[in-house]
Design a binder for this molecule. Structure first.
Ligand SMILES: CCCCCCCCCCCCCCCCC/C=C/C(=O)SCCNC(=O)CCNC(=O)[C@H](O)C(C)(C)COP(=O)(O)OP(=O)(O)OC[C@H]1O[C@@H](n2cnc3c(N)ncnc32)[C@H](O)[C@@H]1OP(=O)(O)O
Ligand SMILES: Cc1cc2nc3c(=O)[nH]c(=O)nc-3n(C[C@H](O)[C@H](O)[C@H](O)COP(=O)(O)OP(=O)(O)OC[C@H]3O[C@@H](n4cnc5c(N)ncnc54)[C@H](O)[C@@H]3O)c2cc1C
Length: 673
């Protein structure tokens, strides 16, 4: 074959990958059904996949992302939004169907915030009357909106937001203003160029008094020509590390008058004469963020499962160096160190999958009550969603980067798909509540629950272990074999969390007793508080994974492989955080030795099913958009083929040659002569 023909992609699956599939101990489809939530859900996903990928534009979008300019990509991203909205309308997709489609078509699209936040905010923060007005036209795409909360000066501290909405009883209008440079809205997605409406979060002022952050529906651009309305300055904030599909924007409001009815009044009301009444705590207005924290946890699953699919498939077809000098070069997946790079991400994907399935169920139940006005479950829900968002995105980002490195040099190419995943995953630790801040919210809840438990209250929910009558702790691992027991592993995590939490509570209390003001005592212990929150979240994820596996209605083969994976997830977490486990004496040095041995034994145990475990995620090649991780494993041919798509290769000689290089070469050659 001449080198010019190398680009042809073989019709058959790479034999190295086929070999992996042949040795799987379980039926991949059975596991795919579990992941999707049932065979009928898999069928639904496949149906939607077929519909979407029969459209040439949807097949083309990933290439524009990889090889296009920022502006081309934004244009394609607007087209993607429009197509998705049209399809949603035409097929009357439910939210579930729409979510499936979004998980297929590379989440970002220009108007993504319309369904991600604008509509959810209207659903959660508007009165029924307001919903009839705004939600109806938002769902018909007559208006296209976003969620504008963060300002240049404040993202985390919502009480510090400076945008004002001052009520004028004379005209029964609110006047919205951006009083300082730090008050301008900065970051909201879909704001820069795409949306014509926004829910603007502003400090409400009525009768001369400030009443905290409230939501207001504001029209930003003309529905005729998309020009910003008078008094509104809006634009794109500039180039970012990734997430290029979204036009994150800035917004300056100069005496913008909106009707009194444009304040979303489910939780607080301003009457025509300017009287303020609150029917719910101010934190009820944070409801949209709570939802997004659940969805971002799910998104962490999407990212880590895609990344590890690429990493493991590529490692099964890439051969480098010899293990046995008498044999041919080994698949890099054979190296224990490579497994050590990939399998923590694999186990994490399944851990997040099962844990977020449970979180979503709890969210739905709590949200139903909240919508009826029963806010009792809100603090627990806030703790669980904040903790999940922080834990899932923190671990996902760490593992995605390790997996990228596991692909060697080719992992750095855009065509690998994985480099972009690192940059698009990066903001998830910041958006919707920066992770440290989220962990500190968890810690705040833990402290409260701990003192409730101390005063004899029976604690329910995710912190129920704080009120357990803790008998003297005995490490359940009496031999290496015991370390495989999922219940024992959960016990070890539970005690670690309990001890870390109780220690930080004691330290904070002692500092306060010694005369430190409460806020100083807190700040002196913030690092330990985050540690306590992390220990709590780790325990919950391990427990969720272990319980899901225990309750699984599946073949023995699937149960066996998932038990190994869950065991690996828990053991790996102890080894990685062994300082904490040793210091809390939840394990001893002998147990750590066993756990380290078990960790490497489990690598070998998982190895034969590694490809099948990622195949079960069942990503379509277009969804994956990776030359390294495609289903057929023909990585080199796909990499070479991808070079054709690069505009640099559209001409043999680049125009810069004529402008710069040619005169230089001529000059140099002249000088030589
Ligand atoms: C593009 C997608 C297409 C659509 C398809 C759908 C697919 C979706 C997949 C998702 C993919 C992800 C895409 C990425 C999109 C990113 C978009 C990003 C959006 C944003 O970032 S929006 C802005 C987010 N901003 C924040 O999160 C701000 C963080 N700050 C806060 O939340 C709070 O300020 C705070 C929690 C840090 C502090 O709160 P507060 O000021 O009130 O002060 P306190 O700490 O004193 O708290 C007082 C008490 O209130 C409780 N509390 C706090 N928050 C809540 C809450 N949310 N719910 C309930 N209770 C809450 C505290 O615990 C305190 O209670 P206590 O009893 O007094 O202790
Ligand atoms: C890609 C992207 C998309 C976004 N989309 C939107 C959107 O659609 N709508 C919107 O309104 N916003 C959006 N945002 C903004 C986002 O919500 C904020 O960036 C986020 O909430 C963090 O706030 P911050 O940037 O002010 O960080 P900061 O709070 O300034 O954080 C900086 C550092 O300070 C630390 N810190 C801050 N406060 C505390 C504290 N109390 N205790 C301890 N440490 C603290 C943090 O841990 C962090 O290390 C987006 C941001 C990005 C990057």
């Amino acid at each position: 074959m001449s080198y010019l023909e190398f680009g042809a992609i073989p019709l058959q699956v790479n034999p190295d990958l086929q070999e992996e599939r042949d040795q799987a101990s379980f039926h991949v489809t059975e596991l795919t059904h579990i992941i999707d939530g049932g065979a009928e859900k898999t069928q639904l996903r496949k149906r939607l996949e077929k519909l979407i990928y029969s459209d040439p534009d949807f097949r083309r979008f990933p290439d524009v992302r990889t090889f296009g300019t920022k502006s081309e990509f934004y244009g394609a991203s607007v087209l993607k939004s429009i197509k998705l909205f049209q399809l949603r309308k035409e097929h009357q997709w439910t939210d579930e169907e729409s979510d499936i489609v979004h998980s297929l078509v590379d989440h970002g699209h220009a108007l993504g915030l319309h369904h991600a936040m604008f509509i959810p905010a209207l659903e959660r923060l508007a009165t029924d009357e307001q919903k009839a007005k705004w939600l109806t036209i938002a769902k018909q795409y007559k208006i296209l909106g976003t969620y504008a909360q963060t300002e240049l000066g404040h993202g985390t501290y919502l009480q510090g937001l400076e945008t004002t909405a001052t009520y004028d009883p004379g005209t029964q209008e609110f006047i919205l203003n951006t009083p300082t440079i730090s008050a301008m809205k900065w970051w909201p997605g879909s704001l820069g160029k795409s949306s014509n409406y926004a829910i603007v979060l502003a400090t409400l002022i009525t009768r001369g008094k400030r009443h905290g952050m409230h939501p207001f529906v504001v029209q930003l651009r003309s529905l005729e020509d998309h020009q910003p309305l008078p008094g509104i300055k809006v634009g794109e904030i500039g180039a970012k590390m990734g997430t290029l599909s979204t036009d994150n924007g800035y917004l300056i409001l100069n005496n913008i008058r909106i009707l009194r009815e444009n304040m979303l009044m489910k939780n607080a009301q301003v009457s025509p004469d300017g009287t303020f009444t609150a029917s719910a705590p101010n934190q009820a207005n944070y409801a949209t963020m709570v939802l997004l924290r659940v969805r971002i946890s799910e998104f962490a699953y999407t990212n880590i499962s895609k990344a590890v699919t690429i990493g493991i498939r590529y490692s099964a077809v890439r051969r480098q160096s010899k293990l046995d000098p008498e044999e041919k070069e080994a698949k890099i997946l054979e190296y224990q160190t490579q497994q050590y790079k990939l399998f923590p991400g694999l186990a994490l994907a399944y851990a997040i999958l099962f844990s977020t399935k449970l979180l979503k169920k709890k969210y739905r139940e709590a949200q139903t009550e909240i919508m009826k006005g029963n806010l009792q479950s809100l603090p627990e829900l806030h703790c669980e969603t904040s903790g999940s968002k922080a834990f899932c995105t923190e671990h996902m980002l760490k593992e995605v980067e390790i997996i990228r490195q596991s692909c060697g040099g080719h992992g750095y190419l855009a065509a690998s798909g994985i480099g972009m995943m690192t940059s698009s995953s990066a903001p998830l630790v910041t958006v919707e509540g920066e992770n440290t801040v989220m962990y500190l919210q968890v810690a705040r809840y833990l402290l409260k629950r701990f003192s409730n438990a101390k005063s004899g209250e029976q604690i329910e929910g995710c912190t129920s272990y704080l009120s357990m009558n803790h008998a003297p702790y005995l490490c359940p691992f009496l031999s290496e074999k015991d370390c495989r027991n999922l219940s024992s592993l959960c016990d070890v995590y539970r005690y670690r969390a309990f001890i870390v939490i109780s220690r930080v509570v004691r330290t904070v209390q002692t500092d306060i007793k010694d005369g430190l003001p409460q806020h100083d005592a807190f700040n002196k212990n913030l690092v330990h508080l985050v540690r306590a929150a992390r220990a709590h979240c780790y325990f919950n994820v391990v427990k969720d994974f272990a319980e899901a596996v225990k309750e699984l209605d599946a073949s023995i083969q699937i149960c066996t492989v998932l038990i190994s994976l869950c065991c690996f997830f828990a053991v790996h977490g102890i080894v990685e955080n062994s300082g904490d486990f040793l210091q809390t004496q939840t394990i001893g040095v002998e147990q750590l030795k066993w756990l380290k041995n078990l960790q490497t034994s489990l690598l070998a145990e998982i190895r034969p099913n590694a490809v099948a475990l990622v195949d079960a995620f069942d990503y379509h090649d277009i969804t994956l958009t990776s030359a390294l991780g495609s289903y057929d494993g023909n990585a080199y041919e796909r990499l070479y083929q991808s070079t054709e798509k690069d505009s640099m290769n559209s001409q043999e000689v680049h125009s810069s040659y004529h402008t710069y290089l040619k005169p230089f070469i001529q000059e140099m050659n002249k000088a030589k002569l």
